[in-house]
Write a protein that binds this ligand. Structure first.
Ligand code: ZN
Ligand code: ZN
Length: 338
């Protein structure tokens, strides 16, 4: 039985009920806890929550990393590496809590990768919080410029790639890096001791093979973000796409975000197996956006599968009975800058 069914008729909101406390529209029921999405891929799970201006946090648990930290939902504490794309608060608010809780729980100090342009700002936040907390939790802060790489563990490398947003930003490409036997030597089927001798003589018998596993854009307004080397081939591409309304392309440009048209423009060049869309605004209804997306993808041609991360949000069963009623405030008309 729903909340409204359990009340006498006279207490139900009339059809002309105001949208919210300040007027207009009907009251909606929303759970107080945001429901995390879980997507299973052949390579890793993608766990996260992403709504423009509110919170973005996307964890790949098996790769021991989380892209952006949002408000630091509890599951993401388990990842040793936090890869911040930029400093907007919907992406980075939980960073001090992440470091502090890991210390509190007796976990290894967290490692934070970030665009070089925000490293000093982050260090300042850590220092400011230390004045309240008594100490800065142990951590590593790794600033990256576009093209820089960092090895998270043997064979798992992150590379920063270019994005364009209203503040310093980078995206992250995750590479599975393997040393493989040179194809010419492999064809000869040489015994192990011969290869060992060659190596001891200083001959290079292997080559490096990078398999791009995942790419995460964070916020960006550049369609070319998606078509960069590695990003377009990543098995799973996780990209923002904030605007879907046909007339909102200029608005997306002004807020430094992607419009669906940008994604569709890039699509023929993309070789990803799965594209997950994040950072949809709360005022965009996912079902409607999914229809618009389905219509926009050309009917012929071999395109990657495109889905919304938040389509995979887990249904929360709140006991006993029902979710709390919450009236969301009217979204501001201002252009999204986060
Ligand atoms: Zn954002
Ligand atoms: Zn932003």
């Amino acid at each position: 039985m729903t909340d409204s069914q359990s009340k006498p008729e006279s207490l139900n909101p009339p059809p002309t009920a105001p949208r919210n406390l300040t007027g207009g529209g009907a009251t909606r029921q929303m759970p107080l806890l945001p429901a995390m999405a879980i997507v299973k891929t052949p390579y890793f799970h993608v766990l996260g929550y992403s709504v423009a201006g509110e919170e973005s946090v996307v964890q790949l648990p098996e790769l021991n990393l989380v892209f952006d930290i949002g408000k630091c939902p509890r599951p993401v504490l388990s990842s040793d590496f936090c890869l911040l794309t930029h400093g907007h608060i919907d992406h980075s608010a939980g960073i001090v809590y992440y470091l502090s809780q890991r210390f509190f729980q007796g976990m290894a100090p967290g490692t934070v990768l970030c665009p070089a342009g925000i490293a000093e700002g982050l260090a300042g936040i850590f220092r400011a919080w230390a004045a309240l907390e008594g100490k800065v939790p142990e951590h590593r802060l790794i600033p990256l410029n576009v093209g820089d790489e960092f090895e998270m563990r043997k064979g798992l490398v992150v590379r920063a790639f270019a994005t364009r947003h209203s503040v310093p930003s980078v995206g992250y490409l995750i590479l599975d890096r393997r040393e493989k036997l040179r194809p010419d030597l492999s064809a000869l089927n040489l015994p192990g001791h011969v290869l060992r001798d060659m190596r001891q003589r200083g001959e290079k018998i292997t080559y490096t093979l990078d398999v791009p596993l995942a790419a995460y854009t964070g916020d960006t307004n550049m369609a070319q973000t998606l078509t960069q080397d590695g990003v377009r081939e990543a098995r799973v591409l996780i990209t923002e796409c904030t605007f879907f309304e046909p007339g909102h392309r200029r608005r997306a440009e002004a807020g430094r975000h992607l419009h669906l048209d940008d994604l569709i423009e890039a699509l023929p060049q993309l070789r990803n197996e799965l594209i997950l869309i994040t950072h949809v605004s709360r005022r965009t209804y996912l079902r409607w956006a999914a229809k618009v997306l389905a219509q926009a993808i050309p009917k012929t041609g071999n395109y990657p599968r495109v889905e919304f991360l938040m389509e995979h949000a887990q249904k929360l069963s709140v006991r006993p009975g029902k979710a709390a009623t919450f009236t969301p405030p009217e979204p501001p008309e201002a252009i999204d800058a986060d």
